[in-house]
Design a protein around this ligand. Structure first.
Ligand SMILES: Nc1ncnc2c1ncn2[C@@H]1O[C@H](COP(=O)(O)OP(=O)(O)OP(=O)(O)O)[C@@H](O)[C@H]1O
Ligand SMILES: [Mg+2]
Length: 176
């Protein structure tokens, strides 16, 4: 096991039970070994693990997102890109400059293959003003040495105060 996977490992969580963390770890081992599973097989496996406790909020090709019911969401990797996205969101949120951090949906906890984030409730209205905001955000991140890959309306939301937050920044790339 590499140093990185040790630092990612978390045994105690404020959001998940020990059994839930262990189930996710078992899933991640399977994901590493059997990357050829179909998307449906992956979803069925994870649904069986969690859907009796939590509602599914969304799923992409790379991650499945559960509503923890306490104002937070749980994102679990479905692929290697999902693993990378979860790691990337945690490290970007931890390390980036405050001038751009304020636009990132806060990451509260992370483990091997999963993260817990604040839940955003509202979609970004498709107004010209919001479109311009996104264009300005591209420039802001770029000026902090971050390429905001996949920064689109669907990957953003509004917080309770109506502030724009990016909910999917897993593919953002640091270039300096
Ligand atoms: N913090 C959040 N608050 C509320 N909903 C969320 C949050 N994060 C993700 N979601 C929901 O889950 C969906 C999938 O999340 P996300 O985009 O992070 O996963 P992904 O696998 O990277 O998706 P894709 O590859 O399709 O972009 C989002 O479109 C959104 O509906
Ligand atoms: Mg997305």
């Amino acid at each position: 096991m590499g140093k990185d996977s040790i630092s990612q490992r978390i045994t105690k969580s404020s959001f998940l039970t020990h059994e839930e963390v262990t189930s996710i770890e078992t899933w991640i081992k399977k994901l590493n070994r059997y990357s050829l599973h179909t998307q449906n097989q992956k979803i069925t496996y994870i649904k069986n693990m969690f859907s009796h406790s939590y509602r599914i909020l969304g799923q992409g090709l790379n991650r499945i997102v559960f509503d923890l019911g306490n104002g937070h969401v749980l994102k679990i990797a479905l692929s290697e890109v999902g693993l990378l996205s979860n790691k990337n969101e945690h490290s970007l949120y931890t390390d980036c400059h405050p001038s751009v951090k304020k636009y990132l949906c806060p990451v509260k906890e992370h483990g091997n293959g999963w993260i817990v984030m604040k839940k955003m409730d509202d979609k970004l209205p498709p107004t010209l003003q919001n479109f311009n905001k996104l264009i300005n955000l591209h420039a802001r991140f770029f000026s902090q040495g971050i390429l905001p890959v996949d920064l689109r309306p669907v990957n953003t939301a509004l917080d309770k105060k109506g502030k724009l937050k990016i909910i999917d920044y897993g593919l953002f790339m640091k270039f300096v």
